[in-house]
Design a protein. Structure first.
Length: 336
């Protein structure tokens, strides 16, 4: 903690106060992550933030789920058996920042499926003023991430996948910036994943993923370089067949994940459910243990109308809600 506090003190000298608050907000999001066994020295904590309303609505218990292009952020193997092309945009609003993610997925049957993505986390423009309080410029803190994903099926039951991510943590300035020091820090990471449809029982699917394996993120100097927040996740997805015996229009899937660091310290659990009516309307609910934002519960709603799919979700509890900013996640997907 002393090293991070020292880094914050140095940032305060080179950044306007408002910009510093944005970075401290993201640092605060990392506190629950340490309860997952993570180190307080982890860098690039935004890699732990969830992407997509389907994922959030199910309490992030999605390592064994297949959610289209959204799945690349939880398990890249989930796109391996995708049959149609997809373009998606995911928007989020939390106390830390505004997030926008764009993904395009292309299945290629002889080989597998490919996806490319861009993820922008915007802390908001911070105004620079002179001694008289006149605006003279803007500080622009951002996190940027670009990703490429490949998934392939191996035989009838097994799927594997990998995502390569290039991330950048940066502060830019526009206007009169003589007294503002800008900087950028970059790193690379990979995710690996697998899913197994249990032979003889089509209702059960197992999943496993290792996320954020990569080089340290160096903000100021080598002593300030922090490891990426590597996580190991295993999960199970189960289609509750007994429901359709009584109501043929309803499908219910439940899922559960275990999440831990690479040393398997202090694992945490996630639980989720997705109730679908006529393959069109989705109601989702989830429980999150040790969420990055500190949230505990989640609810989601989805609607599919032909090629256009809309999902919305929110979490309950945590830093965002305590600060009076309702955390909201919206996804729009187009199948073509």
């Amino acid at each position: 903690m002393n090293r991070r506090a020292d880094g914050a003190a140095r940032s305060k000298r080179i950044l306007p106060r408002a910009a510093l608050y944005s970075f401290l907000a993201l640092a605060a999001l990392g506190r629950p992550a340490s309860a997952q066994g993570g180190s307080s020295g982890d860098g690039a904590l935004f890699l732990l933030l969830p992407v997509g309303a389907q994922t959030v609505g199910m309490g992030q218990a999605t390592v064994a789920e297949r959610l289209g292009s959204e799945s690349i952020w939880s398990n890249p193997a989930a796109i391996a058996r995708q049959e149609k092309r997809e373009a998606a945009i995911h928007h989020s609003e939390t106390i830390a920042a505004r997030g926008d993610v764009i993904t395009v997925l292309f299945p290629y049957k002889p080989v597998g499926a490919f996806a490319i993505s861009a993820n922008v986390l915007d802390f908001g423009n911070q105004q620079i003023t002179d001694r008289e309080g006149t605006p003279i410029g803007l500080v622009l803190p951002r996190n940027l991430l670009f990703a490429g994903t490949f998934g392939a099926s191996v035989g009838e039951y097994l799927s594997i996948g990998m995502t390569y991510k290039r991330l950048q943590y940066r502060v830019d300035c526009s206007g009169q910036c003589a007294n503002v020091t800008t900087f950028s820090a970059t790193s690379s990471a990979v995710d690996f994943g697998a899913q197994l449809d249990v032979p003889g029982d089509s209702s059960v699917r197992l999943g496993a993923a290792v996320r954020n394996i990569g080089t340290k993120l160096q903000i100021q100097d080598q002593e300030q370089a922090d490891p990426l927040p590597t996580r190991i996740e295993i999960g199970l997805s189960y289609r509750v067949g007994i429901v359709q015996r009584y109501v043929s229009d309803i499908d219910l899937r439940v899922a559960g994940d275990l999440v831990a660091t690479e040393t398997a310290d202090d694992p945490s659990a996630r639980l989720g459910a997705d109730l679908t009516y006529q393959k069109t309307v989705h109601l989702r609910a989830g429980y999150i243990a040790n969420d990055t934002d500190g949230a505990k519960g989640a609810l989601g709603f989805g609607l599919g109308t032909g090629r256009l799919l809309f999902d919305i979700a929110r979490t309950f509890g945590g830093l965002s809600e305590d600060a009076g900013k309702t955390p909201a996640y919206v996804s729009l997907r187009f199948i073509f």
